[in-house]
Design a protein around this ligand. Structure first.
Ligand code: ATP
Ligand code: MG
Length: 565
């Protein structure tokens, strides 16, 4: 297991309490085994991170093991590509499963177990259409209707079941159903389907099977075959627990019966975490693929620059609970900012460049402008990150909105006659502007005070503003992508039922002529830096000199919390 493992959520964690109770009673002889069971039908997202933290965290905390099980019982939607991505994303998040297993590994064992249920009169082959079966199920307070096939002799069901597997019947024409209770108050127990006929190529078993087990029939049995003790899932499976238990109680298990425990899903404001919704965004090309930095997929967050450690810390912080709630995206961002503040090196970059010419800047021996190199610390939070050399000269780029020819009230940045600090370099005073034929300012002229090297005046005079800058002759041209919320509403779809109605159509701004300090051209793919005053930026993994803004510098979560308090 990874060394950077998050501390489990600790007190108040009801799953940990359940394990402690089981250990005390000797239920599993002190053994703890969990599993993270994704269906390989999409990419992992931030919600899965919570489940992963819970599954691996509980195992780790109690000296147990956690397996990765691909829940691959539905070949229609599943693909090997998703299996690969899940393995990669899990490893990126910092978790190493004790073993990688597949529900499809148990297709034969499940088949044998199902046959034994038929032999004991606990399951039967139904030949009615799916529609009829669903109508007969009834509803709460509405009686269920027993299938005419329910009481057919076991031998007849067994024969049909074998022929289903042999491919004698068309898709959807027959199902195997458990014979439980058509009048149960719990709909899950009204003779649930265990197998359906489906001719679809499975990513691992190919065409070996044309009958596939349902989730409910496969899940608990897979847990039991592997020796899982605590099987965690999300709250919507609470009503499935009696079925989970029923199946296991009918079978002769190799080890103690596993126990299902349910916890709340993680949802975040301004985004969606259902795989179906995410697929829609990708298919309709609203985003550019599964790793679009606006998506809450782990690969989207990673490309955006979110450190895995920040995601783990967030999940540990919110803990494992039983009430569904939507967490503010800003809360997750505050963990990202805290982690990056510690780990990200500082750099200077200008997003919307405006030329600043220092008219009294000295000329070098060769007649060109002097270049002065400043030794600048890479990270004030971490001296071990060392220093770098940053060139300064008489022609600089500054941020266009750091200058105003006629400053509005409370504008303390550069304007004619005003002195400001160029971060770590000198104090400069703007003197005049040059405009093009449209009246747009193309150059600001200024004078610098040579006595202020390093950014402080010997006479102690103060300036109200410190601005970042990049030497024009040394600057590298780059692109920056700035992101807004993907959905305008906190709860997408709350108004109309369709999250797409709340899409923010303006969720990305691409700036194509940024000017950045030369060291930014040498960033490793995926590396994240703090650009002074602008926020954290991640270097794109594929496109050189494309930077994604991970998050701004202001802690919006602090404000939200204050308002809430
Ligand atoms: P979706 O509804 O998006 O398809 P799912 O629950 O079907 O999601 P799985 O791949 O089956 O996705 O999930 C694997 C594990 O992750 C399950 O234990 C599931 O309960 C858990 N999980 C999925 N989404 C969330 C979430 N938003 N919060 C917490 N756990 C989640
Ligand atoms: Mg699922």
């Amino acid at each position: 297991m990874s060394e950077t493992f998050p501390a489990p959520s600790g007190a108040g964690d009801f799953i940990a309490d359940a394990v402690i109770e089981d250990n005390a009673s000797g239920r599993y002889s002190g053994r703890v085994q969990t599993r993270f069971p994704p269906e390989p039908n999409g990419y992992l997202h931030i919600g899965h991170a919570k489940a992963i933290t819970a599954d691996f965290g509980i195992a780790e905390r109690f000296g147990g093991v956690c397996l990765l099980r691909f829940d691959d019982t539905n070949p229609d939607a599943e693909e090997a590509e998703y299996v690969e991505s899940i393995l990669e994303d899990l490893s990126w998040l910092g978790y190493k499963p004790a073993q990688v297993v597949y529900a499809s590994d148990y297709f034969e064992a499940l088949w044998q177990w199902a046959s034994s249920l038929i032999e004991r009169g606990l399951a039967y082959v139904d030949e009615q259409t799916a529609e009829t079966v669903s109508q007969q199920r009834g509803g709460f307070g509405k009686a269920g209707i027993e299938s005419p096939c329910r009481d057919r002799p076991a031998a007849e069901s067994l024969d049909l079941f074998r022929r289903m597997r042999a491919g004698e019947f068309p898709d959807g024409s027959k199902t195997l159903r458990a014979k439980i209770d058509m009048q149960s108050d719990n709909m899950q127990l009204r003779d649930p389907v265990m197998y359906r006929i489906r001719r679809a190529r499975h990513h691992r078993t190919g065409d070996a099977w044309c009958v596939y087990p349902t989730y409910d029939w496969a899940h608990g049995q897979s847990d039991a075959l592997e020796g899982v003790t605590h099987s965690m899932c999300t709250l919507e499976f609470e009503s499935h627990r009696p079925l989970y238990d029923w199946y296991l109680e009918q079978l002769e298990l190799p080890r103690e019966k596993p126990r299902q425990l349910e916890f709340a899903r993680l949802e975040l404001t301004h985004t969606v975490t259902s795989k179906r919704r995410l697929l829609e965004l990708v298919r309709q090309e609203i985003v550019e693929g599964w790793d679009d930095p606006r998506l809450p997929t782990l690969r989207g967050l990673r490309r955006r620059g979110y450190p895995a450690a920040a995601i783990r810390a967030f999940c540990a912080h919110i803990g494992i609970n039983k009430t569904n709630s939507r967490h503010a995206l800003e809360e997750l961002e505050s963990f990202v900012r805290a982690e990056l503040n510690r780990s990200a090196q500082r750099r200077m970059a200008v997003l919307r460049p405006l030329a600043l010419i220092i008219d009294n800047w000295p000329v070098d021996n060769d007649g060109t402008g002097l270049v002065e190199w400043f030794e600048v610390g890479n990270n004030p939070e971490n001296p071990a990150d060392g220093t770098r050399r940053v060139p300064f000269s008489g022609r600089l780029w500054i941020e266009a909105d750091d200058f105003a020819e006629v400053p509005p009230p409370k504008f303390f940045r550069l304007s004619p006659g005003r002195e400001v600090r160029l971060r770590g370099a000198y104090l400069v005073t703007a003197t005049s502007v040059v405009k093009d034929e449209t009246g747009a300012i193309v150059e600001v002229h200024a004078l610098y005070d040579p006595a202020t090297r390093g950014g402080d005046a010997p006479d102690g005079r103060k300036v109200k503003s410190t601005m970042h800058w990049v030497s024009a002759a040394h600057a590298v041209e780059a692109k920056a992508a700035l992101y807004g919320r993907l959905f305008t509403a906190e709860t997408p779809g709350e108004r109309t039922g369709d999250p797409m109605d709340d899409l923010n159509l303006d969720s990305r701004e691409l700036l194509a002529n940024c000017q950045v300090e030369p060291s930014l051209a040498a960033l490793a793919p995926g590396e994240v830096v703090q650009c002074e005053r602008l926020g954290y930026f991640a270097c794109d993994p594929r496109t050189p000199l494309l930077f994604h803004r991970t998050v701004g510098l202001r802690d919006e979560w602090a404000n939200i919390r204050k308002k809430g308090a």
